[in-house]
Design a protein around this ligand. Structure first.
Ligand SMILES: NC(=O)c1ccc[n+]([C@@H]2O[C@H](COP(=O)([O-])OP(=O)(O)OC[C@H]3O[C@@H](n4cnc5c(N)ncnc54)[C@H](O)[C@@H]3O)[C@@H](O)[C@H]2O)c1
Ligand SMILES: [Fe+2]
Length: 395
């Protein structure tokens, strides 16, 4: 049997009011004097920046902020944010926002520590050492970036989402305050929530840790399905089944916000150790080519990918059906995901989000080339053609 490991953020604070109570602890433990906050203007208007700077002021930490991150940021914007941070010369970086802001903060921490350009570090385990101390505060319940080892951005010239994966990109502190997600509009709640589900399903259906086909000499933060990631993925799936519809329907349902915040963090813990796979690989070219959020793209593709994987993961899919529907006996995970997708308004076909049929072969070639995700899939696609068939089914 192969060995496996489990990693997280350095410390995790969770619960309503966690930022007010614990941001101070985190800054003290890091000896912070100058904090640079990476965020966006919507969150400033929602009052979340003010709630974040309050404890900093109380602690006499100097701060500056960059509030121009846009969803699924392009590399140019990341470079701008790096330049602004460099001018301020911080000793701590705070990522406040959804995955887009937290990932930009991670990239800033990386570049301030090691120089160069974000594109120099894309791929698996290419960050050479520790990054500037990083605190992540999620405002969506979705990506799990607050605990994960990934930072995703868009390589605009090549029209594809790319990712830096490294153990050094796990934040020193994750502060998850469900109250920070209450202002999320229904679409952001739905898209980010189904991303969390995709993380959990891809993690618990990943290739077995024993069979993970990692070529010798190569390193990966992903390890395949393992017992600890499984526990977290399964709990995340249960919570999504219980709370995602409620959170989309009524954003002020605090019990649902608590449940989804926990689901997202658990999903992040699961996937950042086991891995994400074919759904994510197939979403990257789609997200780089048309305007669709990462979550909506994943949610759209997920049932088609599950159908492809069903030959080797039928019992997991049946179990996922039971977890999502909270019923015993035999479940149908694919049908449950399809119903959930419909109920929360995720687009159902690629043609509905501006994809043209002639784009599909290039998407298949790009997805097939993302070997670090292909090898996590329980049924490894053998050709671009197999992936093209999945895209065609989803078209
Ligand atoms: N690093 C990782 O581990 C990881 C994992 C999955 C996805 N991602 C990446 O994360 C990005 C998506 O992140 P996301 O789904 O969290 O969305 P996002 O960060 O792109 O945010 C989407 C929109 O929601 C708004 N928003 C966020 N929180 C809000 C709040 N509380 N109130 C009102 N508006 C709010 C933002 O301002 C933005 O306009 C993608 O680039 C994706 O590829 C990263
Ligand atoms: Fe994701």
């Amino acid at each position: 049997m192969r060995t496996w490991s489990f990693s997280s953020a350095g410390a995790l604070f969770f619960g309503r009011g966690a930022v007010r109570v614990h941001l101070r602890d985190a800054c003290e433990r890091l000896g912070a004097k100058r904090a640079f906050i990476v965020t966006d203007s919507i969150l400033v208007k929602a009052g979340l920046l003010a709630q974040t700077t309050e404890p900093l002021t109380a602690l006499n930490v100097q701060f500056a902020h960059f509030d121009r991150v846009t969803p699924e940021p392009g590399v140019e914007l990341v470079r701008e944010c790096v330049a602004a941070a460099r001018d301020f010369n911080p000793d701590v970086i705070i990522g406040l926002g959804g995955g887009s802001n937290m990932d930009t903060a991670k990239l800033v921490s990386m570049i301030l520590a090691h120089g160069g350009d974000p594109l120099d570090y894309t791929g698996d385990c290419r960050v050479p050492g520790p990054v500037k101390p990083l605190i992540c505060i999620p405002t969506t319940a979705g990506t799990g970036s607050e605990v994960s080892a990934a930072a995703v951005f868009t390589d605009t010239a090549n029209h594809i989402k790319v990712s830096c994966l490294s153990p050094f990109l796990r934040p020193a502190f994750a502060i998850v305050d469900p109250l920070f997600t209450v202002s999320c509009p229904p679409k952001v709640t739905a898209d980010s929530g189904i991303d969390a589900l995709t993380h959990a399903i891809e993690a618990c259906c990943a290739v077995n840790n024993d069979d993970f086909p990692l070529p010798s000499g190569e390193k990966s933060v992903y390890q395949g399905k393992n017992p600890m990631a499984d526990v977290m993925a399964k709990q995340a799936i249960i919570l999504v089944g219980q709370f995602l519809r409620r959170a989309v329907k009524d954003g002020s349902d605090l019990e649902a916000r608590d449940g989804m915040a926990l689901a997202a963090t658990l999903g992040g813990l699961a996937f950042s150790n086991a891995g994400v796979a074919l759904a994510h690989a197939m979403e990257y070219p789609v997200g780089g080519a048309v305007h669709v959020s990462h979550g909506a793209g994943n949610g759209l593709l997920l049932p088609y990918v599950m159908r492809f994987n069903d030959a080797v993961r039928a019992s997991e899919h049946s179990y996922i059906g039971c977890l999502l529907s909270q019923t015993g006996g035999r479940g149908d995970g694919i049908a449950e995901v399809e119903q959930l997708r419909k109920d929360i308004g995720i687009p159902l076909r690629l043609r509905d989000i501006g994809v043209k049929e002639e784009m599909l072969p290039a998407f298949a070639a790009k997805a097939f080339a993302i070997k670090r995700l292909m090898r996590v899939n329980p049924r490894m696609p053998q050709s671009e053609g197999e992936i093209l068939d999945i895209y065609k089914a989803a078209f």
